[in-house]
Design a protein around this ligand. Structure first.
Ligand SMILES: NC(=O)c1ccc[n+]([C@@H]2O[C@H](COP(=O)([O-])OP(=O)(O)OC[C@H]3O[C@@H](n4cnc5c(N)ncnc54)[C@H](OP(=O)(O)O)[C@@H]3O)[C@@H](O)[C@H]2O)c1
Length: 336
């Protein structure tokens, strides 16, 4: 006898006021906090924990889940796992979800499994739909610019995905200001406006606020910012040591080094003091700092525990900053 109760979403999930923000000038609203599956959703990660993370996120109003063809490890396994969770728990809620995936990094061998050709993007989208057992994704992104493929070819492949019903909206990711504006213009001409740009932005990497973020805002395109916690550096995760199971400790993730953790200790310490003065944790300060900008639609977080989700959501309660606080943050992040 199967005693596991089917998942039923919390009926209070849409009760938080002002949690959804219009994405650029589109008709779509995104939650101010979205969940990404880059880490902690691969083959080596416990599927039950993955389920708990997705359920907790959705129960708290997080309607947007972000994937890519290569998330894992191994590449593809995050989409496969998400497909299982969706099928088991969330299929009844499909119309309440914004699901995104991407292609742009190396995914399969040979000349057609990387970058930005029409051949790669269309085949990759088909593979992603199969892994997640979906008819369509809500947003399909080109994951990074391709210096060799004409931008017109890449954008027309994205336009084709929308016109053939495999994606509802198009996004670009990791494009510079100039590249983004060119892509936005081409997509406009094709009749498929660019919905959103996904870019890295956090207190340790504030440059986008000077160029790409204001330009996107002016163009009416939304911005979702990834690694807003600098992969966990901007939290209490590494305050005392590098804990077992953390991103910096795990052998299957090369993206956050011990060296980076060590060299940021004094910044972490000083930002923590400031966060406490504001009545926030460091993670909440880091997310609130991103969300203070009108041009930022959503912060795209990663998590390994349900507690992290709940802590991070509280960042939305206090996103105003004084000039002194902003000045202090940039001083700490630049000089320490
Ligand atoms: N477009 C792109 O090129 C691109 C690139 C990178 C990421 N992304 C997207 O952005 C998403 C988020 O990126 P990210 O994972 O680097 O984001 P992040 O939010 O900066 O870092 C997430 C990590 O921080 C730690 N963390 C989160 N909340 C915490 C808390 N309250 N207290 C302590 N530690 C906390 C967790 O580390 P532990 O796992 O150690 O607990 C978590 O895995 C990805 O999943 C992906 O969807 C896109």
């Amino acid at each position: 006898m199967n005693l596991i109760k089917p998942y039923q979403a919390c009926d209070q999930r849409y009760k938080t006021k002002n949690f959804y923000k219009r994405c650029g000038k589109s008709g779509i609203k995104l939650p101010k906090v979205s969940l990404g599956l880059w880490h902690n959703f691969g083959k080596n990660d416990d599927l039950q924990n993955q389920k708990k993370l997705i359920q907790t996120a959705f129960d708290n109003g997080i309607t947007h889940f972000d994937l890519a063809n290569n998330y894992g490890p191994p590449p593809g396994s995050a989409e496969t796992n998400f497909g299982k969770i969706l099928g088991d728990d969330l299929s009844a809620y499909r119309d309440e979800l914004i699901l995104s995936t991407k292609a742009g990094y190396g995914m399969w061998e040979g000349p057609y499994g990387d970058f930005g050709s029409r051949k790669y993007l269309i085949a990759s989208c088909d593979q992603s739909l199969k892994r997640m057992n979906l008819d369509y994704v809500d947003i399909f992104y080109h994951h990074r610019p391709d210096p060799d493929t004409p931008l017109e070819e890449t954008m027309s492949a994205l336009d084709h995905l929308v016109k053939s019903g495999k994606a509802l909206y198009i996004g670009i990711s990791n494009y510079s200001e100039t590249e983004a504006l060119k892509a936005i213009r081409i997509l406009e001409g094709l009749g498929t406006p660019c919905l959103i740009h996904q870019l890295r932005y956090n207190m340790l990497d504030a440059k986008p606020q000077e160029d790409v973020l204001p330009s996107l805002f002016q163009a009416g395109v939304g911005s979702i910012v990834y690694s807003p916690l600098a992969q966990g550096l901007l939290s209490n995760r590494y305050r005392n040591a590098i804990p077992k199971g953390s991103r910096a400790e795990r052998k299957d993730s090369p993206f956050l080094s011990h060296h980076e953790v060590e060299t940021h200790q004094s910044i972490i310490h000083n930002l923590t003091i400031l966060s406490e003065k504001r009545g926030q944790t460091l993670a909440q300060l880091a997310l609130a700092w991103c969300l203070r900008l009108e041009s930022v639609t959503s912060v795209l977080i990663g998590v390994s525990t349900t507690e992290q989700i709940k802590e991070n959501l509280k960042a939305c309660d206090h996103t105003d900053f004084t000039e002194e606080e902003l000045h202090e943050i940039s001083r700490i992040c630049q000089k320490d």
